[in-house]
Design a protein around this ligand. Structure first.
Ligand SMILES: [Zn+2]
Length: 332
């Protein structure tokens, strides 16, 4: 599914202090806003993942959303993220759900608001369990928790990371097959390539058209894909981009920080004993970069035939493909 409908917003919201009920409780929580006035009750639920507390609240006007399938979806996404990063990226998280007509997961955002990491998700009131099983939005938004809030011009850095990490987090948690993972990348990464007269990725914001949106998400993902390959080549698969991302998060570079991209990349590079991210950033941010994806798929041993994704374990970089899939778990 194209990742085209997600943007981070910097809109402040009123934070609510709620009495949190246990998961699946039916009675509404008692809430008051930060000015002390009473407001309409809002339902809240909480769960824990990787030592962190995640509070889910629902608009008072959104009682029709099917929580019995939405809460497991959110729990599964949180578990995927904790699996990939080896812990949940923030100590506490508010997830705010707003119901809307339809069966889709709608416009969603991740941000830091009044000192708290907050994810807003609009969700169709008739969404099905099957739809959510294959949906990437909650996992995508939670990836944003593990990287600093960068300037708008560098949104491709954050969106590219979320686009690159989200399917891998679901794969490593057992929620996505490796065939589905590579099929999506084979189909979508070419959309991140520059076209004639395109400049570097820092020029894709402000968004001008569908192509610039695609470059923000898939151009950013392509940047990380190539960085991952280079780190793994330099370290003989002992380290990968996953190690760099974990190091950035563990050094405090999460959504509660406002580091710029170059600072985060230097932290990540140091962790893997490389300068790949900083060098690539200085090149990809300012100018168009061509990538021979067909040659990369062949070297990794990934082929698409008749709609099937086939793997060749005798390919020169087959071990690298396996290392990317297994991530840090391979080096344990
Ligand atoms: Zn995003």
């Amino acid at each position: 599914m194209p990742k085209l409908n997600i943007e981070k917003l910097s809109r402040p919201i009123l934070m609510f202090a709620c009495v949190v009920l246990t998961a699946f409780a039916s009675a509404p929580a008692t809430c008051s806003d930060s000015r002390g006035s009473s407001v309409q009750p809002r339902q809240s639920f909480n769960f824990r993942e990787g030592g962190s507390e995640i509070v889910v609240s629902i608009d008072d006007g959104s009682r029709a959303v099917p929580l019995n399938i939405i809460l497991p979806w959110l729990q599964s996404a949180a578990h995927s993220i904790a699996t990939y990063f080896h812990r949940f990226p923030v100590k506490s998280l508010f997830i705010h759900l707003s119901g809307e007509p339809g069966s889709d997961v709608g416009y969603s955002t991740a941000n830091e608001e009044d000192g708290n990491p907050v994810i807003h998700i609009r969700i169709g009131e008739t969404v099905s369990k099957e739809e959510l099983k294959n949906d990437w939005v909650a996992t995508h938004e939670m990836v944003h928790l593990a990287f600093p809030l960068v300037e708008r011009q560098e949104d491709w850095v954050a969106e590219g990371m979320a686009t690159y990490v989200e399917p891998m987090a679901r794969l490593q948690a057992g929620n996505l097959s490796s065939q589905s993972y590579w099929r999506e990348f084979m189909e979508m990464l070419p959309r991140g390539l520059p076209e004639k007269n395109d400049k570097g990725l820092n020029s894709v914001y402000p968004i001008k058209n569908t192509h610039s949106i695609r470059r923000m998400y898939w151009g950013g993902a392509l940047f990380y894909f190539i960085a991952d390959l280079q780190i793994r080549s330099q370290t003989h698969n002992q380290k990968g981009l996953q190690d760099a991302f974990a190091a950035i998060m563990n050094a405090g570079g999460n959504i509660e920080s406002d580091w710029d991209a170059i600072h985060a990349f230097r932290v990540g590079d140091r962790a893997v004993g490389s300068d790949v991210l900083e060098k690539m950033y200085k090149q990809w941010a300012v100018g168009p970069v061509s990538v021979d994806l067909a040659q990369i798929w062949t070297k990794l041993g990934i082929h698409e035939r008749g709609g099937q994704i086939l793997f060749d374990d005798t390919a020169p970089l087959a071990v690298t493909r396996q290392a990317i899939e297994k991530g840090k778990l391979l080096q344990k």
